[in-house]
Design a protein around this ligand. Structure first.
Ligand code: F6P
Length: 342
């Protein structure tokens, strides 16, 4: 079999582990793997090259994706769909493995409906895909956030400041929640349970009264402050899947909290640092397991499925069930949000 492999959407640590493992598994079965450059863009343009075991040697521990990625949507125009079909034929690909988040796997689902033999592997640091317990990249990002928050603690305490860290995650609060818990944030703000400005300032004032003159706030980029009521966007333009680029809520909070409490306030946007660098051990192992599972799905000709993590098992789930269902932080987690507040 000849298998095309691509990574789409935002990069994350662990993608290269999937790639190396998929190539290794394919070699065990005598299959050939072809790397498709820059996500669906390379599939449309025909930027496809053989990927041998030697090409991927040792990449499992390197961040990013050696194939490159893009947010190109291959089903946005009929012209692009036609090119995709042509290139699958031209390079004699018997199957595609697409590694991506909701957008990439959503497009994979649509290509599958049009007859493309495709399987998926979920990845996103946001962890907002409901079909999988955790997605590759998430726990590495949590480690990075926890480390950043620990560092902010020492400087905030020294200067008796409020420091607000803005955290990725789009419309879900998983990264802010888990990163905030692991990094000891006194206030964790997530889209699923935002606090009002009054509530936030009350907590800061109470801490002051108790002699705790500094406060760390972890805020998810997708939080709507109730008094303001809108998502804060870094740029107005939308990507090919219709998403605005979020960003800026920490700055807004900085201004408002300073005004209301008189405290010295600073804000930082952790941004793409959360997606960079080597995967942690968890994401390496998960990536390796998913790379194997994806090739196994191809071998079984179980197209239209994704390999996902359920508990400790990797299981096949229909692409149609993986996409379009954003997993939000459920209410039972809300209790933890206050662990370092009181
Ligand atoms: O979906 C992953 C993610 O990292 C989000 O958390 C974030 O909002 C977005 O991608 C950033 O996108 P870009 O890399 O296009 O700036």
């Amino acid at each position: 079999m000849r298998i095309g492999l691509l990574t789409g959407g935002g990069d994350c640590p662990g993608l290269n582990a999937v790639i190396q493992a998929a190539v290794a598994r394919a070699a065990q079965y005598g299959f050939e793997v072809f790397g498709i450059k820059n996500g669906y863009e390379g599939l449309i343009k025909g930027e496809i090259e053989p990927l041998k075991k030697d090409d991927v040697e040792g990449i499992y521990e390197i961040g990013g994706t050696m194939l490159g990625t893009s947010r190109k949507n291959p089903v946005k125009s009929e012209e692009d769909v036609r090119k995709v079909m042509e290139n699958i034929k031209k390079f004699q690909l018997d199957a595609l493995i697409t590694i991506g988040g909701d957008d990439t796997l959503g497009a994979a689902e649509k290509l599958y409906e049009r007859g493309v033999p495709i399987v998926g592997v979920p990845k996103t640091i946001d962890n907002d895909l409901s079909a999988t317990d955790y997605s590759i990249g998430f726990w590495t990002a949590v480690d990075i956030i926890a480390d950043a928050l620990s560092r902010l603690h020492t400087t905030a305490r020294s200067h008796r400041r409020v420091i607000i860290a803005e955290i990725f995650g789009r419309y879900a609060g998983w990264l802010a929640l888990m990163g905030g818990l692991a990094g000891g944030a006194h206030i964790i703000l997530i889209p699923e349970r935002p606090l009002t400005l009054d509530q936030i300032c009350e907590i800061i004032k109470k801490r002051e009264e108790e002699g705790k003159h500094y406060t760390i706030i972890a805020v998810a980029e997708g939080v709507k402050i109730p008094e303001i009521g809108e998502l804060v966007a870094a740029a107005a333009e939308r990507d090919e899947y219709g998403h605005v680029r979020l960003g800026g809520v920490a700055k807004l909070l900085e201004r408002e909290i300073k005004k209301r409490t008189g405290k010295d306030v600073r804000s930082v946007i952790l941004g793409h640092i959360q997606r960079g660098g080597p995967p942690n051990a968890y994401d390496r192992v998960l990536g390796i397991r998913l790379g194997y599972a994806a090739v196994d799905l191809v071998k079984e000709k179980k197209f239209g499925y994704a390999a996902v993590l359920r508990g400790t098992e990797i299981v096949p789930v229909k692409l149609s069930e993986v996409v379009g269902q954003m997993r939000k932080v459920p209410e039972e987690f809300f209790d933890y949000l206050g662990v370092f507040t009181d």
